[in-house]
Design a protein around this ligand. Structure first.
Ligand code: FDA
Length: 393
């Protein structure tokens, strides 16, 4: 029998950080993970450079059934706390854009930081460990696993969401929550590219690899970032961000001319270059391929701009200001960066992350119904929620 004060299930961002912090409080801590390697999502994140936090992180950057829930943890362990830790380890980093901080070298620096913190706190990490059964005892919890039996006073569930099943994602945390009578909100893929209906897909596939500056709007939320055309549909930061707000059947509104007045530009072209073709005029603002493909998409005859009547001119300007497109779905968990939904925050204390129903049962990180925007927010939630639980586990 392996006896620990705290067992953490899941050696990802939240689990490792929580384990180290609980260990620093003098608790004996074991981390169990079924995967061969720890921190695999961290290693893959940020294109291998890990966008480990965001300088502007606040509760407003998160989706949750209770928008106030994440305030407490985020304000007690902030992005500046994690940035200090990164600096303490001498890890070089830079701001890429919009407050997003990335390692200069490699995401492995963040995994090494977490391992080192765990070592300092004498945390015992076991990989390739299948959790077969979890039950409540008078003293805490009993776990039977493929690596033997464990007993602990506090159990922390940090098994993440469902995205990237090939990296070891499972619904374990949701099932365990349900086993203990906690409500789990429906899950769906977030920060995920859109797939398109066949007709749009065929035409827009011509633009595969092209990115344009956009405002993307859905369900009263707007992001100003790039939209990337791919051979499967629409991606890029604007689309990933808005995907978390999109529900099947919703229409996306894309403003493809955020920096210039397209109607004004067309009126000017009609005055100054009346013989220029629509595609020639559009090529002033967009890559050539975009101009041609958008003409095809809208069945615009590529004629000199002087031949456009006011209805046609309005239609062209209207399209670029508010291109409405209905995706036929998303790429799903296969490529999603996060999972929306999860353990209902009404079931947890926002201060401790402990279940209100079951003493000393904690849920942290992505398994909880707290999902950040693209840009380092999800890791900050892992650190903040992990830290909060570690003070009480
Ligand atoms: P995480 O998924 O990290 O860890 C869960 C752990 O639990 C895993 O080690 C898994 O093996 C283990 N586990 C699962 N089921 C188990 C079971 N049944 N038994 C035992 N162990 C089990 N975020 C961000 O802020 N900046 C970024 O740059 C990126 N980039 C990024 C890229 C890609 C490709 C993805 C998929 C995701 C991102 N993210 C991100 C999101 C970020 O990776 C994610 O939100 C955090 O890793 C969540 O941390 P957790 O510790 O909660 O789960």
């Amino acid at each position: 029998m392996n006896k620990f004060d705290v067992v953490v299930i899941g050696a990802g961002a939240a689990g490792l950080f929580c384990a180290a912090e609980a260990g620093k409080r003098g608790r004996s801590v074991a981390v169990l993970d079924h995967a061969k390697k720890i921190g695999r999502k961290i290693l893959m994140s940020g294109g291998g450079r890990c966008n480990f936090t965001n300088m502007y992180a606040s509760h407003e950057n998160f989706l949750c059934n209770n928008p106030h829930f994440c305030k407490s943890a985020l304000s007690r362990y902030t992005q500046w706390d994690f940035i200090s830790l990164v600096a303490e380890y001498g890890i070089a980093y830079h701001e890429k854009t919009l407050g997003q901080l990335f390692c200069d070298e490699s995401a492995a620096d963040i995994v090494n930081l977490l391992v080192s913190e765990c070592r300092k706190a004498n945390v015992d990490i076991t990989t390739r460990c299948e959790i077969l059964n979890v039950s409540k005892t008078d003293e805490g919890f009993a776990l039977s696993t493929s690596m033997g039996d464990y007993e602990c006073e506090s159990l922390v569930v940090a098994t993440g969401g469902l995205s990237l099943p090939k990296l070891g994602a499972t619904p374990f945390g949701y099932k365990l929550a349900e086993q203990f009578g906690l409500k789990v909100l429906p899950t769906r893929a977030g920060l995920v590219p859109f797939t398109l209906h066949e007709q749009d897909k065929t035409i827009l596939a011509e633009l595969s690899g092209v990115a344009i500056d956009t405002y993307a709007t859905c369900n009263n939320t707007t992001f100003r970032e790039n939209t990337l055309f791919t051979h499967r549909g629409l991606s890029g930061p604007a689309m990933l961000q808005i995907s978390s707000y999109w529900q099947p059947g919703d229409t996306l509104h894309i403003n493809a001319s955020p920096t210039f007045d397209i109607a004004e530009s067309l009126a000017e072209a009609q005055l100054k270059n009346p013989d220029s073709l629509i595609t020639t005029w559009l090529s002033k603002h967009f890559p050539k391929r975009v101009a041609a493909t958008f003409c095809e998409l809208n069945h615009w005859e590529n004629k000199p701009v002087k031949q456009l009547n006011s209805k046609e001119a309005d239609a062209i300007a209207g399209f670029f200001e508010d291109w409405q497109i209905q995706p036929n779905g998303t790429e799903g968990y296969r490529t999603a960066e996060v999972t929306l939904g999860g353990v209902d925050t009404d079931e947890l204390s926002s201060k401790t992350m402990m279940s209100k129903k079951v003493e000393q049962l904690f849920f942290i990180g992505e398994v909880v119904d707290v999902t950040g925007w693209l840009g380092g927010y999800n890791f900050q939630w892992a650190w903040s929620s992990g830290w909060a639980a570690a003070q009480y586990a």
